[in-house]
Design a protein. Structure first.
Length: 394
């Protein structure tokens, strides 16, 4: 069967490939406690171990039993869009009219819609290396090219205005940034992000900011909303991370007014709408009890970060930039291995701990860094450190 040429620009999602290996090992006798084995610990997937708030689950049940399962508007339920708008005002101090909010089938669908609406063959989009692999593949699927710009610990593994200015070409259409970032857990300082947006704006480009970890910030210095920088900024957000609704596949976009109708047109044709049950349920995310529950979880993630980062450093695994958000550590394995892929695979087999090698996130740091997700319970993190100490001492 002849495949389309665009697939040549879409690499495998190595996070999921590694997960397949981990699951295969997990089914072996060496990971069966009944046969004297130890269970696999999964620190490779960016998924909270805590699921949707109680009120959200109840709201889903009510919607299901009431038969609220019909299609919604392609841009989402008016009540949900309005509630998101009010959250921006109360939580972030930003005025975002509901008419600029488009509810999507996860942040992934949101990014696909934006890329399809804005980019075409021959365009380039600047992104940091490392960055989340699917983001560059959404760009490629639209026929454009993601131009990865290598970053360093000194820049917090993020782009800055100087790098954007330096790498901008006549083909550059804009930037796609994430703050906080996957895989590094680092954010762009608000003043620097403002400078980046100014550079992009001066060149007639578009600034797309992935803010799906926005609620999971641990440092007030970085706890800002990119939408405060102007109505021309495109923000991508999600119910998956802060609200713990990964499998519900629900996200949203905040768009410049002129982009809402084109994106709606695409959404009507590509998706019809996001899950109606998930939308009805998500309204309950913004109840006081739900937000309090999410804030309690955020503190739990902070405690996990404050444990795992120094523990890794003590083992000799350097963490050059302490993550200020999300639930990832971007760690250097060069003290123990020449290649992070082999390092991660070896630890899966010996320590029965699943990590993600840097291969997914761009070539600049692929061989030296790995990602650890601390979106799991503290006892598992403590057991991880014990096992790593055992294996790395050998």
């Amino acid at each position: 069967m002849k495949l389309s040429g665009r697939l040549a620009h879409i690499d495998p999602f190595y996070v999921m490939e590694c997960a397949k290996v981990a699951q295969e090992i997990a089914r072996s006798p060496e990971c069966d406690p009944a046969q004297g084995g130890e269970r696999m610990i999964y620190l490779n997937i960016g998924e909270p171990d805590l699921t949707a708030p109680i009120a959200v689950v109840r709201a889903a049940e009510v919607a299901l039993h009431a038969g609220r399962t019909q299609y919604t508007d392609a841009v989402g339920l008016p009540a949900l869009r309005e509630r998101i708008s009010r959250w921006y005002a109360s939580r972030w101090g930003v005025d975002v009219p509901a008419r600029r909010i488009v509810v999507t089938a996860g942040a992934s669908a949101g990014l696909q819609l934006v890329c399809q609406a804005l980019f075409e063959t021959g365009d380039e989009v600047l992104m940091p290396d490392p960055s989340y692999p699917c983001n560059r593949h959404f760009v490629a699927a639209a026929g454009a090219a993601a131009r990865l710009v290598p970053t360093t610990p000194e820049s917090r593994f993020q782009l800055d205005a100087d790098r954007v200015r330096e790498h901008w070409t006549p083909q550059t259409r804009g930037v796609l940034l994430a703050t906080p970032s996957n895989p590094t857990g680092t954010s762009i300082a608000p003043a620097e992000l403002a400078r980046i947006v100014d550079v992009v704006r001066d060149r007639g480009g578009v600034a797309i900011i992935d803010e799906i970890y926005q609620g999971l910030s641990y440092d007030p210095a970085f706890e800002r909303c990119a939408l405060a920088l102007g109505d021309d900024v495109v923000s991508v957000n999600s119910f998956s991370k802060y609200f713990g609704m990964t499998g519900w596949r629900l996200g949203w976009l905040v768009l410049p007014e002129a982009l809402v109708e084109p994106v709606e047109r695409l959404a009507q044709n590509l998706y019809i709408c996001a899950s109606s049950i998930a939308q009805h349920a998500a309204i309950a995310c913004f109840e006081d009890a739900s937000l309090a529950e999410c804030e309690t979880r955020r503190e739990a993630f902070r405690e996990r970060r404050d444990y795992i980062v120094p523990a890794l450093q003590k083992l000799g695994l350097a963490v050059p930039v302490v993550p200020d958000g999300a639930f990832y550590v971007w760690a250097d394995c060069r003290a123990f291995a020449d290649n992070s892929w082999d390092f991660a695979m070896d630890l899966m087999r010996s320590a029965h701990v699943a990590l993600t090698p840097g291969k997914d996130f761009g070539p600049a740091h692929a061989s030296t860094y790995f990602r650890l997700s601390f979106a799991t319970a503290m006892p598992q993190l403590q057991e991880t450190v014990r096992r790593l100490a055992r294996e790395l001492d050998r």
